[in-house]
Design a protein around this ligand. Structure first.
Ligand code: DC
Length: 337
């Protein structure tokens, strides 16, 4: 008995998505493994319990896989598990002894990182465009890492502020970098930014750090160091990275690139309520002016500025809620993964 495994995800919980995904998965498993009908003993499907609208076994039968018993069962709900996922185990009696290939498609590629290609998703855009919220949801849904690159520049800015160094002072910043001890760690799926042994994840969110981060991020030496860390992480695992230059400079070959933007007033309003929720009260007009200044500085710096990569999908979120943006991003990913 040889068992061939496979899995896929569906875009939406509806019949066409289920039929299309099941058919593509089975067609590919059959074609890649050169399977013959007579070799198949049984198809066993399992599906996550957010799928209700159609039965994968029925979808398989309708797609011509009606020559062996088909069975499907719903899996228990697992915290942090992949969403809208259909798995299959095909029990076979192969006519000759040959190796088999297990097939993981779409979002399910992340289930088997060992046999699936690593892919990166670049989400660039200005402050307050909603990209970090979207990045976190996408990373959780695909069960891949979320790397907040802004946090790294913020930590550099924070260190400069603490040392009383101007983030614009090239010499002083280069000296500071010599003993910068910065790392990102992941606990319970959340990024923690560690600066000189201290978890600064909260401290870097203060508004005063935002401009310092923008100033320091314009320094060539800082970018070289941060980009090196970012590339190393992205090379070794599938991840979503949000930032300003990910698609254009850090990972020009990222499989998916998005440029998330929104009107500056809308972005300022979002930042305003984010800060208010954390108990930081700022003047709205001032915050708006700061955001506009930061956009300008981030876009006009010489090296790796905030720019929309030529091949990025642009999403203007001014009139979209987070669910709409996530759906739009996933639609592009699902159609190409
Ligand atoms: O996304 P954020 O607001 O946390 O980023 C803080 C600053 O860091 C931002 O003003 C520009 C800079 N940054 C950058 O230059 N490149 C990145 N990839 C991410 C952030």
């Amino acid at each position: 008995m040889t068992i061939i495994r496979g899995a896929t995800t569906i875009e939406r919980d509806d019949k066409p998505s289920i039929v299309e995904s099941v058919k593509t998965l089975l067609d590919d498993i059959f074609q890649i493994n050169a399977l013959k009908k007579e070799e198949i003993k049984v198809f066993v499907f399992s599906l996550t319990n957010d799928i209700h609208s159609y039965h994968p076994a029925k979808a398989a039968r309708e797609s011509g896989y009606d020559f062996a018993p088909l069975f499907a069962a719903t899996e228990p709900d697992i915290d942090g598990g992949l969403k809208l996922c259909i798995r299959v185990m095909i029990l076979t009696e192969l006519q000759e002894n040959r190796g088999v290939k297990h097939i993981y498609q779409k979002g399910a590629k992340t289930l088997r990182k060992d046999i699936s290609e690593i892919f990166n998703i670049a989400l660039d855009g200005p402050a307050g465009s909603g990209k970090s919220t979207v990045a976190k949801i996408i990373a959780a849904d695909y069960n891949i890492l979320y790397l907040d690159t802004g946090a790294m520049y913020r930590a550099c800015g924070l260190k400069a502020l603490r040392l009383g160094i101007s983030p614009k002072d090239k010499g002083a910043v280069e000296k500071m970098l010599l003993d910068l001890n910065l790392s990102v760690e992941y606990r319970d799926g959340k990024q923690h930014t560690i600066l000189d042994g201290e978890d600064v994840s909260l401290a870097i969110r203060e508004n005063v750090v935002s401009m310092a981060a923008s100033d320091i991020s314009a320094q060539h030496a800082v970018r070289i160091k941060m980009v090196e860390m970012q590339r190393e992480i992205a090379q070794n695992m599938s991840c979503v990275l949000d930032g300003r230059d990910i698609g254009s400079y850090v990972l020009p070959n990222a499989k998916f690139k998005f440029f998330i933007t929104a009107d500056s007033k809308v972005r300022a309003a979002r930042r305003f309520s984010e800060l208010a929720q954390r108990g930081e009260h700022v003047d709205f007009e001032r915050l708006h002016a700061e955001i506009v200044a930061r956009d300008k500085q981030d876009s006009e710096r010489d090296f790796a500025p905030l720019v929309c990569a030529e091949d990025a999908v642009v999403i203007d979120t001014s009139e979209m809620n987070i669910d709409d943006v996530v759906t739009a991003v996933k639609k592009v990913i699902q159609s190409q993964i």
